[in-house]
Write a protein that binds this ligand. Structure first.
Ligand code: PEP
Length: 259
């Protein structure tokens, strides 16, 4: 299976989100095989987008959540509310939140623990800065972020964990990482996950790539067995571009079926 996560960030209002959700569903229409789709609108649009996605194969995702179920946490959204809204996935530790809003590894860890507790699938984002990339520190950074975020996690056999490798320098820059670079890091992440959770089945983990994915480069990433999917920001709010990415995933799946 290949999964495409559409992270709309704060780029759409509620009405735009509804229109975009309709357009996003159309990208699946008439296909013999389709990738898994997780649509992540801004929190205020979750409720309306849910109605559009109802009876489709697409899943609803949130872009963030708080680590408590309720309480005096002004402006935060609880996992309880996400469950109520039919959300199945939640992006956690996105670099924009880490860099712009001071989200720490410790906070990300509390969120991952709580998401799993509430049966939400965490899409844990990790990745290195441009300087760290140039200094060849990627594996060390990715390992530290992964171990910190997963501290104390006990995976039950029904739990699923998605990790999105998102080099910060590739996000929104138009400069995607190279396929060999992504594969090396994905294999490293996977080996850490197997080490951390020796009892878990390999199918409980997905490792996705994010960072300037577009219709021209999507196929090259998605055709790789070590890339379970892509997390798409900018191109997910431009329906023609998103359609091209869905098309690339469908071609990969069709080719695999024909093997
Ligand atoms: C992202 O938001 O995580 C992302 C990968 O954005 P973009 O596709 O625009 O690089």
């Amino acid at each position: 299976m290949k999964t495409i996560i559409a992270n709309w960030k704060m780029n759409v209002g509620v009405r735009e989100a509804v229109a975009l959700a309709r357009g996003t569903l159309l990208t699946l229409r008439g296909r013999k095989v389709s990738p898994g789709l997780v649509v992540c609108p801004p929190a205020v649009a979750l409720s309306e987008v849910r109605k559009v996605l109802a009876r489709s194969s697409a899943n609803l995702g949130a872009q963030n959540m708080f680590w408590e179920q309720s309480g005096s946490y002004t402006g935060e959204t609880s996992p309880r509310v996400l469950n109520e809204l039919g959300v199945s996935h939640v992006i956690l530790g996105h670099s924009e939140r880490r860099q712009l809003l001071g989200e720490t590894d410790e906070m990300v860890n509390k969120k991952v623990l709580q998401a799993l507790e509430q049966k939400l699938i965490p899409i844990l984002c990790i990745g290195e800065t441009s300087v760290q990339h140039k200094e060849e520190m990627t594996q060390g950074i990715v390992r530290d972020q992964l171990l910190a975020a997963l501290q104390g996690v006990r995976l039950r056999s029904s739990d699923v964990l998605m990790v999105a490798y998102e080099p910060i320098w590739a996000i929104g820059s138009g400069e995607a990482a190279t396929v060999p670079g992504v594969l090396e890091t994905h294999q490293f992440i996977r080996s850490l996950l197997y080490e951390l959770f020796p009892q878990a089945s390999k199918t409980q983990f997905s490792v996705l790539y994010g960072g300037s994915v577009n219709p021209d480069n999507a196929y090259a990433f998605l055709r790789e067995d070590d890339v379970d999917g892509v997390l798409v920001g900018g191109a997910s709010v431009k329906i023609n571009q998103f359609k091209g990415i869905v098309q690339a995933a469908a071609e990969v799946l069709e080719a695999k079926l024909a093997e």
